[in-house]
Design a protein around this ligand. Sequence first.
Ligand code: AMP
Length: 280
Amino acid sequence: MKIIRKPEELQKTIEELKKKGKTVGLVPTMGALHAGHISLMKKSVSQNDITVVSVYVNPIQFGPNEDYEKYPRPVEHDIKVCKDNKVDFLFLPTNKTLYNDNFSTYIYNNKLAKIMCGVTRPIHFQGVCTVVSKLFNIAMPAKAYFGLKDYQQYVIVKQMAKDLNFNIKVIGCPIVREKSGIAMSSRNTYLSEKAKQDACGIYKSLCLAKKQFSAGKKLNDIKKNIEKNILAIPTSKIDYVELRNSENLDLATDKDKSIVIAVAVKVANVRLIDNIVCKK
Ligand code: AMP
């Protein structure tokens, strides 16, 4: 595995490989790699000749009072995980190499970035779209892998690729969970053992909601039940519980056949997101 830090160097290397007919898969991450990230890497390795993983904590997707400074950065661990999983190139850019002094071009989804997580994190998806489009231009992959754990991000990136004619297939990969049911996340390290146990209630409430959806229960009632179950979790605070069309994130109606139930909840003051796709 080769570690590359400069965007131009990765771009040049990939250009050469593509000339030789190699296909490229990209897995963008913020590091502190866990089994969720590994599932994306494995998929890319199985579907492409070359896999590029980027590890970069992107400052422009964090709001002023968010966890940019304290976000975990275990670089040696991340290098080992990538090596162990047959990644070809690990891209480790810096703020300086990625954002020039006059950087002033941003990409913003005018519809999907305003809902759900976008309500309390107004600049988040602009930061995500901007850095992902840069990574698309640098790694020039045929396929890019995103986790459905960040469902709204997945839909927004897919829409961006379509809207801006990126010739890249955006592939959504299933949520990897711990045995307890909690969705794996680099931010889980902020939780105490007790808070982690409490947080399992989030997934339980989503599973129950999924059963209720298949059984034909009205969306309003499903939503009320989730809220009740989540509020029963000690220290929990609901940011949102949303039922949306799983394709375009429009508000779900009782006629929808496939919806995503997405939640953002603070447990012990740590903001967690989770979701479940439900079909009738
Ligand atoms: P992050 O490092 O948190 O920005 O995540 C990088 C990529 O890994 C994103 O596409 C995430 O959706 C994905 N990811 C993170 N956690 C999980 C998980 N538990 N299961 C599947 N994918 C995940």
